[in-house]
Design a binder for this molecule. Structure first.
Ligand SMILES: Nc1nc2c(c(=O)[nH]1)N[C@H]1C(S)=C(S)[C@@H](COP(=O)(O)O)O[C@H]1N2
Ligand SMILES: [Mo]
Length: 430
């Protein structure tokens, strides 16, 4: 299936609108009324209105998922039914079909992000896939023995592996292209909450590829989602064969939740989130490089200074960059006095070797790292601050084991990927 993706933003907007319309139609709203509502109040609010209206019209319980609407204006553009788990405003900022984790909620939490707080990035909406009838097909020119596995077959491989790794959207931090660089990028305006670390349990993708007798001549491996869009992104065989590249069925010791790809998702550590395809139904293994809009137009760097690379319109994204976040609301307000500032830093290139912070225009100082500090996960850090009253900024910069440090600024790219620059967290001390 080849689909044209003009830009991630147009693409998401179109699909979201289309889906909202369909959702309303199922509730007995005619198109004229939907468009009229959407024109006046915006699509999100039109859907909410349809929902109220639909509930009045339909007798008996609806089979559609409950709308996750809240009263906030930020949530007004959110799509009801895009998620299965509750996404309360207290824990999440909602953007159409995506739910961003609020960093303040990680304050004082353990190393991993609880499933209930983990961000959700859905190109469309959470797919419901029945584990009992689920099958995984492995096929393509790169395998000698194409196969089909059930959920039990996967467990019977007896290769269960557990790793702690981050999962982060390549668009995490996108809002800073606008707020710092003064040039707004296309796509979901995430702040820094499109990241989480979980303990993932599954089987190495390599074990499945071996079972399918992957050829030496195989080049690319591409998991394909069972959602309507069939979200997919290829990786080279070497990445697919890495010990920690998994087909995951459990997250933080629980069955993988629907919003995170149940029954089985890919986990491609250190790579942009889209590589970790949810609701995997097929794995294509190819002797030829796999080329589609997902790695030529979407998830590539577009804009001034970025040149086409072969069939791709710009440099193709693979690993995530170094970033840091404070476990505080944005902006934060607290009373004057001594307190502990806490945060986390991570990198797609390894573990974190150093974290520094700076209050206002003061000197850069070392923060205290707290173990564990695992590669391709994150490290927690803290420092004491005797906060005087007034308006302040707290800046943080981390350095990873490969020697990458967060830069002061990041050059613009049209789709707003990989904003790893230093950000000034606004704090009002009262
Ligand atoms: N099938 C499918 N897989 C997908 C997506 C999707 O929409 N459909 N979104 C991708 C993107 S862009 C990201 S950042 C991660 C988010 O994973 P999460 O929702 O479990 O946090 O899933 C990836 N896998
Ligand atoms: Mo993403």
């Amino acid at each position: 299936m080849v689909e044209s993706i003009p830009s991630e933003f147009d693409y998401d907007t179109d699909r979201a609108q289309e889906w909202c319309w369909r959702w309303c139609r199922e509730r007995g709203i005619d198109r004229r009324r939907f468009l009229k509502l959407a024109a006046v109040v915006g699509v999100g609010a039109a859907v909410e209105a349809c929902d109220r209206n639909g509930r009045q019209r339909t007798s008996g319980p609806s089979t559609a998922p409950a709308p996750a609407t809240t009263a906030s204006s930020a949530a007004a553009s959110a799509n009801p039914g895009a998620w299965v788990k509750p996404v309360p405003e207290h824990d999440f900022v909602l953007h159409t079909t995506n739910a961003e984790m609020r960093w303040a909620g990680m304050g004082g939490h353990g190393y991993t992000t609880p499933n209930s707080r983990f961000f959700v990035r859905n190109h469309l909406k959470t797919a419901r896939v029945d584990r009992a009838t689920w099958r995984l097909q492995v096929s393509g020119s790169g395998v000698e023995a194409p196969l089909e596995l059930s959920y039990d077959d996967l467990l019977k491989l007896r290769a269960e592996t557990t790793v702690r790794r981050f999962l982060e959207c390549s668009g995490n931090g996108r809002v800073f292209f606008d707020e710092i660089g003064r040039q707004k990028a296309d796509g979901t305006q995430w702040r820094l909450g499109a990241i989480g670390v979980a303990e993932w349990t599954g089987v190495p993708l390599g074990a499945v590829l071996e079972r399918a007798r992957t050829k030496r001549s195989a080049r690319d491996v591409m998991p394909v989602g069972l959602d309507e869009l069939m979200v997919r992104r290829p990786m080279p065989v070497a990445k697919a064969m890495a010990d920690d590249t998994l087909l995951v069925y459990a997250m933080n010791g629980e069955d993988l939740p629907p919003d995170h790809g149940a029954p089985v998702r890919a986990l491609v550590p250190g790579w942009i989130g889209v590589a970790s395809v949810k609701w995997v139904g097929r794995i294509e293994v190819s002797e030829e490089p796999l080329i589609s809009d997902w790695n030529t137009t979407s998830y590539v760097l577009l804009g001034p200074g970025y040149a086409a690379e072969g069939p791709a319109k710009g440099p193709v994204l693979t690993t995530q960059v170094v970033k840091s976040a404070l476990e505080l609301p944005w902006p934060a307000t607290f009373p004057a006095g001594s307190r502990t500032l806490r945060g986390r830093s991570w990198s797609g290139a390894g573990r974190i070797s150093k974290v520094e912070y700076r209050i206002d225009d003061g000197p850069w100082q070392a923060a205290r790292l707290e173990p564990p500090n695992e590669p391709l996960a994150w490290v927690r850090w803290s420092t004491e601050w005797d906060a005087p009253p007034g308006s302040h900024t707290v800046r943080v910069r981390a350095t990873d084991s490969a020697g990458n440090t967060q830069p002061d600024t990041v050059p613009f790219n049209q789709q707003g990927y990989l904003y790893g620059g230093i950000v000034a967290h606004p704090v009002t001390v009262t």
